[in-house]
Design a protein around this ligand. Structure first.
Ligand SMILES: *Cc1c(COP(=O)(O)O)cnc(C)c1O
Length: 394
């Protein structure tokens, strides 16, 4: 099997599994309990918090554990909105191609009286700090812009955007779920006020994440109950998963440069090979892109059929985000970069990690053109295009 869907989730690293097992066997107490067993769990919890903080240049008190990236996004945005509303600020800036955890939270806030401005992301899928600067108003409560896009792999100029927000005194949140463990993060140097992480995107376990919030930014808790996480997130902490996340992030950050260099070579081979398929187009920024991300549109095919046929050949890929697959709507990300509906339906996302090999790339580059060719051959629409009855788009 060739696993090329690391943007959807990753295989846990040995370091992460070992840290979890150790925790489940030895530190299974409740970290809120006062006896030794509980206190040892508490120590494991706090040392994981410290490890994660170090990886992003934060201090441990600025890290709150959540159930994943989605919850971190929800909590960051809700907290900033609440804070803004208290000062009469109800304007929020974001982009049209954020993850649904951000977009759907913003939709809800809109219904609650906030004004949400989604910046256009252009054909390459990015925004400039200038765009952000021009959108900021007196009543802007928050700028929430992702570090890297999960579908098309574009990496956004987060440091520049952070600098603009800091200068204008506006809170800046970034969904760094696709970036963490893959791209350098330094919340201080990059002027990031809030940042979302998810363990299962960097070879950690699923169902655990973290929200960084700069000291002094009060977080509104989404879950009421006990006083865990200093009152910001009730519920007994998932200590094993938290330990697994810390080990995974530490491991990913320790090998970030070598992994990125290796994976980027494979990515570029894939991009070069797939570009040779006629009537195809690379999605996302060709230069500023995640080391492992390859996204294409192929005219005249259905992405779903392509995925099923690739699965038959042992290749795990995606048509866009895992969250939208299963629905027939084309990806909001591909529509945001201007792909027409018809073309957006024929998308393929391959997301690699350091476990992939050149042999994987060779197999993918053999399979995809064959499957695309097969699907085009059985498509009446494609026949119309070839015969000139209909125009090609790509
Ligand atoms: C996966 C992902 C999320 C959601 O994280 P979960 O831990 O699965 O809730 C949020 N944002 C981006 C960019 C993602 O890729």
């Amino acid at each position: 099997m060739i696993y090329a869907d690391n943007a959807a989730t990753t295989k846990m690293s040995g370091a992460s599994i070992n840290a979890m097992l150790r925790c489940m066997e030895k530190n299974w107490g409740n970290p809120s309990s006062l006896y030794g067993l509980g206190q040892r769990a508490k120590e494991a919890l706090e040392s994981a918090r410290e490890q994660i903080a170090v990886c992003i240049g934060a201090s441990s008190r600025e890290i709150t554990f959540t159930s994943g990236g989605s919850e971190a996004d929800n909590q960051a945005i809700r907290s900033a909105a609440l804070l803004g509303a208290r000062k009469g600020k109800r304007h929020i800036i974001s982009t049209a191609f954020e993850h649904h955890a951000v977009l759907h939270t913003l939709k809800k806030l809109e219904a609650e009286g906030f004004q949400v401005e989604l910046l256009p992301v252009g054909a390459l899928g990015s925004v400039t700090a200038r765009q952000v600067e021009e959108a900021i108003r007196e009543d802007t409560a928050l700028v929430s812009i992702m570090y890297a896009n999960n579908e098309i792999g574009s990496v956004l100029p987060i440091s520049e955007i952070g600098a603009v927000c800091r200068e204008r005194g506006v809170l800046f949140h970034t969904d760094a779920v696709q970036a963490a463990g893959h791209l350098p993060i330094d919340v201080g140097a990059q002027n990031i006020d809030m940042l979302s992480l998810s363990a299962h995107k960097f070879h950690g376990p699923k169902g655990i994440g973290a929200l960084y919030a700069r000291r002094g930014i009060p977080l509104a808790n989404l879950i009421e109950g006990g006083a865990q996480e200093r009152g910001r997130r009730a519920g007994t902490e998932n200590v094993p998963a938290i330990a697994g996340m810390a080990a995974a992030l530490e491991n990913a950050c320790a090998h970030m440069e070598e992994n990125a260099a290796k994976v980027a070579v494979l990515r570029d081979l894939l991009i070069a090979g797939l570009s040779r398929i006629p009537h195809s187009a690379l999605n996302g920024d060709p230069i500023n892109r995640l080391p492992g991300s390859v996204s294409f549109c192929f005219e005249g095919i259905e992405g779903e059929s392509l995925l099923l046929l690739l699965d038959d050949r042992g290749i795990c890929a995606s048509s866009g985000s895992a969250c939208t697959s299963g629905s027939l709507d084309p990806s909001h990300v591909l529509l945001a970069i201007g792909r027409p509906h018809e073309v957006a339906h024929g998308s393929l996302r391959l997301s690699l990690c350091e476990d992939n090999t050149e042999a994987d790339v060779d197999a993918i580059l053999k399979a995809v053109p064959e499957v695309v060719g097969y699907l085009r051959n059985i498509s009446p629409l494609w026949k119309d295009k070839v015969s000139g009855k209909k125009e090609f788009i790509l």
